[in-house]
Design a protein around this ligand. Structure first.
Ligand code: BV8
Ligand code: ZN
Length: 240
């Protein structure tokens, strides 16, 4: 079916939906100029994120891991939300709408979305590995890395690394939203990272209408009711 008919179908489903929900990944921020994880632009100094976004990497070389995050924070401090983020804000102006995001860039909130579940934390938060103090810190760049807490302990980025549990409150809220939704938009995720990658099939099993928006096919595409192979910044404004 051609894309305009698919968009029409999803627009109608969104109009009828009582409790729409979006699950977003790095792809929704791609048109803001933020490199995705697994795209060709996903490498930093020939390291893959999976090698650096881990507690082991941080224990071994906190300075290298912080150089990676300092590079991302510096890049993110100059980017703006794009038309895809703003399209999602327009949905919540019409009816109750929540976003479960895997992204740590904070762009949904910056665009004006008010109900955002940050599954993997937020790159603008830091946490002390000694006293557990956690706060927002937008310093770019840090004087010295790794940055230290007032107590002298090492600060770490307030994100969830591979092999780490997701914040319990975020996960609980995500499951609650998945149970309640009748329409889930899955936008810009490669459907690789667990547990987020299972959320679309969970919603589908509970009877929700599930839509994927992604230029590429993914391991979850075959479970979807509708797959629109296009860029979020081009497709979402046509749906909303
Ligand atoms: C957990 C924060 C329980 C950090 C991230 C083996 C060993 C160890 C662990 C595992 C293992 N096998 C499985 C696991 C579990 C692991 C996992 O899933 N690994 C994967 C790699 C196989 N998961 C975990 O460890 C999670 N914790 O399971 O806890 C547990 C505890 C202990 C032991 C076992 C289990 C924690 C996962 C969280 C990791 N943290 N981020 C940081 O950002 O620095 S994940 C990281 O990947 C980002 O959050 C990112 O959002 C996320 C997912 O990637 P995507 O968002 O999908 O981005 P990606 O680049 O992959 O894809 C972009 C998509 O966009 C593409 O499809 C592209 O086509 C599309 N696109 C491009 N342009 C556009 C577009 N779409 C629309 N418009 C466009 N313009
Ligand atoms: Zn401390």
């Amino acid at each position: 079916m051609d894309i305009s008919l698919l968009i029409e179908k999803v627009r109608d489903a969104l109009q009828r939906a009582r409790r729409p929900l979006a699950l977003t990944g790095a792809g929704i921020s791609a048109e803001s100029g933020v490199p995705t994880f697994r795209g060709s632009d996903g490498l930093w100094r020939n390291h893959r994120p999976e090698e650096l976004a881990t507690p082991e990497a941080f224990r071994k070389d906190p300075r290298l891991v912080w150089e990676f995050y300092q590079w991302r924070r510096t890049l993110l401090s100059e980017v703006k939300p794009n038309r895809a983020h703003y399209a999602l804000v327009r949905i919540e102006e019409k009816k109750p709408f929540s976003i479960i995001t895997q992204n740590v860039d904070g762009l949904h909130s910056l665009a004006g979305s008010t109900d955002v579940v940050e599954l993997h934390g937020n790159i603008w938060r830091v946490r002390c590995t000694d006293c557990g103090m956690e706060r927002e810190d937008r310093t770019v760049p840090f004087e010295e890395i790794p940055p230290r807490c007032g107590c002298g302990g090492l600060l770490r980025p307030g994100v969830v690394w591979f092999g780490e549990m997701l914040p319990a409150d975020a996960l609980d809220r995500a499951y609650e939203l998945i149970k309640a939704t009748d329409l889930m938009l899955v936008i810009g995720t490669s459907g690789v990272v667990q547990p987020a990658a299972s959320f679309a099939t969970m919603a589908k099993r509970r009877g929700a209408f599930v839509v994927e928006i992604n230029p590429e096919l993914t391991p979850i595409s075959s479970y979807m009711d509708v797959v629109i192979n296009g860029k979020a910044g081009e497709i979402l404004p046509q749906i909303v």
